[in-house]
Design a protein. Structure first.
Length: 334
């Protein structure tokens, strides 16, 4: 008896649930159908809207270049059926509006070799409207004015400077200057930019734990409105293993008058520097020119020491230091 009663209750709730599920399904279908009809009705009406479309400028005047930031988009206030506007809003008709710069006419003014043309965008209503769908009416364009600034085209040959960040393994360093091939490139651009251009850099690159020479192709870092037929250069950075060396360099006397002799204490300077292994045997004390200046005695009468300076240091060394920086002296008549 108990099992039959339990089965009847379960069956009752199952039937009840099925009835509720059917009612919910019917309700949802009705809502969906109503939504579709509402959407179709809404999309068949006229609306005013703002559509954003890309714009591009082509064919600049010969021997002129367009400078300054130009808008890459225009805001078009349009009127049309909902379906047509929705298609543009969803960017299903996404294409650029083209301006032929050579054909632009408007008020102009000249200033220091450059010329500025002011264009009312309202003069392009028919041209831009023709590029839109036939069922969309163009009412106005924002911004209302466009300013085109032109400068004469100029060429200049400039050096290329590599831009790279390098960390070396222990006891390895850059040896010599980077070699760029080609070392100079011909750059084209507005006269105002070209006149102040001293060099071009490459796009930054980073190298870590370097223990040998590096050679790579680097892209030129061209600023806005600059162009170059060559897009890449080859960069070679020499790297060698280095070691520290110490040398005793004799002190020489500068501006010593005739009839006098000057002795320094000490007579040699201890030089410490880092040198590539391939150059270790070639570094000699005679490659350094340590000096004291006799004329400094008159300028520093209260001092009993002379400052040591170097007139010449080899180019194939780094981390150059010396000690002492000042020496005592004794003047004798011959």
């Amino acid at each position: 008896m108990k099992n039959r009663f339990t089965a009847r209750i379960k069956n009752y709730f199952k039937i009840k649930k099925n009835r509720i599920d059917r009612k919910l399904l019917v309700y949802l279908i009705c809502v969906l159908i109503a939504s579709v009809f509402w959407f179709l009705n809404a999309m068949s009406k006229d609306y005013n809207a703002t559509v954003t479309l890309p714009v591009r400028f082509v064919n600049p005047p010969q021997n002129k270049i367009l400078v300054g930031k130009m808008p890459d988009k225009l805001n078009l206030k349009v009127n049309g059926y909902g379906f047509s506007l929705l298609r543009y809003k969803l960017k299903l008709s996404f294409y650029p509006i083209t301006f032929n710069i050579s054909e632009l006419t408007g008020s102009s003014q000249k200033n220091s070799g450059s010329s500025i043309i002011k264009i009312r965008t309202s003069s392009f209503l028919s041209q831009i409207g023709a590029q839109l769908s036939s069922d969309i009416k163009l009412q106005s364009i924002e911004p209302e004015d466009l300013y085109f600034r032109f400068e004469p085209v100029k060429y200049k040959k400039v050096p290329v400077v590599p831009s790279c960040k390098i960390s070396y393994e222990k006891q390895y360093e850059e040896y010599g200057k980077p070699v760029v091939n080609p070392a100079f490139v011909l750059v084209k651009g507005p006269a105002s930019v070209i006149d102040s251009l001293k060099y071009l850099t490459t796009e930054p690159k980073e190298f870590k734990k370097v223990n040998r020479s590096i050679q790579f192709d680097a892209k030129l870092n061209l600023r806005d409105n600059l162009s170059c037929e060559l897009k890449n250069v080859n960069v070679y950075i020499p790297v060698e293993q280095v070691t520290e060396t110490r040398l005793n360099v004799p002190i020489q006397i500068k501006n010593l008058p005739e009839g006098f002799d000057l002795k320094t204490f000490p007579s040699h300077i201890l030089v410490t520097c880092v040198v590539p292994l391939s150059q270790f045997q070639k570094v000699d004390p005679d490659d350094f020119a340590a000096m004291v200046d006799y004329n400094m005695i008159e300028l520093n009468k209260d001092s009993k020491k002379l400052a040591v300076t170097f007139d010449h240091v080899p180019t194939n060394i780094s981390n150059f230091t010396f000690n002492p920086h000042e020496v005592e002296y004794l003047i004798e008549k011959k």
